[in-house]
Design a protein around this ligand. Structure first.
Ligand code: ASP
Length: 329
């Protein structure tokens, strides 16, 4: 079902405007909308490599980064993205938040709304929390990760990285290996990459594989070596210990033996296969340093770079309605 504010881009004078008010997930986005966001991000990569990086299109707007769960790269990435576009950026970390003092999510939303921000980026430990806040505030909301649900900007930056390195996403065999069950990165990537017609293989021990990945058009594997056959991209994920209650794997050593990416294992993929990881990495568990740090194969630092470009694009696109540009006047 399309959201109530959905308007096909083709019906809007001026063309490709993004019809959604918020970006809470990849779910609900049409393939051409995903492509639109990554096309928009493309322009910022060159701009970010220039010495003078600033563009003032968000000047006078306030961006609140409300992070109720720890983050290093995503928070910094949104902060840099907002500043490069000229926004006033305010960061609210988990340590300062009243949630620790028992405030409800609704009260948090009401408070954030009263601050009259122009765009709010939220990370929260509970799946669905970002949508709940988005429903209560007047400005666009971007999901920077909610529990094990979605992390849409990560999936967009991953798709952009794959497109830049491999020429396209369609037809690429992408193997995603790790704690699929608890990973919002896996979920958002499954949705984005299948929407863009990649051949997606999800790999995990059966205890860490959610039911029904086939329904989204992916293939599930418990045997990493078998899944690597013909892989164009190998995306490794961390064990999300903070979301596990109970034992899902016998030991990290055992896990590494079956699911760790080593040079020997990577040799089963195509000779030019790309290695990706959203970070933070647990070196020696899901990936060894000689693979992660191999500039010929690893796109891990490039993912960080495309991340800023994607976040700039999303901040720009979601504030266009308020700024009265691109079909929203
Ligand atoms: N940084 C990613 C996330 O926030 C991946 C991870 O934490 O493992 O979901």
């Amino acid at each position: 079902m399309l959201p109530s504010d959905h308007r096909p881009a083709t019906l809007i004078p001026g063309g490709a405007v993004f019809p959604h008010r918020h970006l809470t997930g990849i779910a609900g986005l049409a393939p051409h909308e995903i492509t639109f966001l990554i096309d928009e991000a493309e322009q910022w990569i060159d701009a970010n490599r220039a010495r003078a990086k600033s563009d003032k299109r968000l000047e006078g707007l306030t961006l609140i980064n409300a992070f109720f769960e720890n983050s290093t790269r995503t928070l910094l990435s949104f902060e840099i993205a907002g500043k490069r576009l000229g926004a006033d950026v305010v960061n609210m970390g988990v340590n300062q938040s009243s949630v620790k003092k028992g405030e409800t999510l609704i009260d948090t939303a009401v408070t954030l709304n009263a601050m009259r921000a122009d765009v709010i980026v939220i990370r929260h430990g509970s799946s669905g929390a970002v949508q709940l806040i988005a429903d209560k505030v007047d400005c666009p909301v971007l999901n920077a990760g909610d529990g094990s649900h979605e992390h849409p900007t990560q999936a967009l930056l991953d798709a952009l990285t794959i497109r830049r390195r491999r020429g396209s996403v369609a037809g690429q065999r992408v193997v995603i290996c790790g704690d699929i069950l608890h990973s919002r990165v896996a979920r958002s990537n499954l949705l984005a990459l299948t929407a863009l017609a990649a051949d997606v293989r999800m790999v995990a021990p059966s205890t860490l594989m959610p039911a029904g990945v086939e329904r989204f058009g992916a293939t599930a594997f418990t045997d990493f070596d078998a899944a690597l056959d013909g892989a164009d991209v190998v995306m490794m994920l961390r064990l999300q210990s903070e979301r596990m209650n109970g034992a899902f794997i016998p030991s990290t050593r055992e896990y590494h033996l079956r699911y760790g990416l080593t040079p020997e294992r990577l040799a089963r993929a195509r000779p030019d296969a790309l290695v990706m990881h959203p970070g933070p990495m647990n070196r020696g568990v899901e990936i060894v340093s000689s693979v992660a740090d191999d500039p010929a194969r690893s796109a891990i630092t490039e993912q960080v770079e495309t991340g800023i470009a994607v976040r700039m694009a999303c901040l720009d696109v979601l504030t266009r309605r308020a700024r009265g540009v691109d079909g929203w006047a």
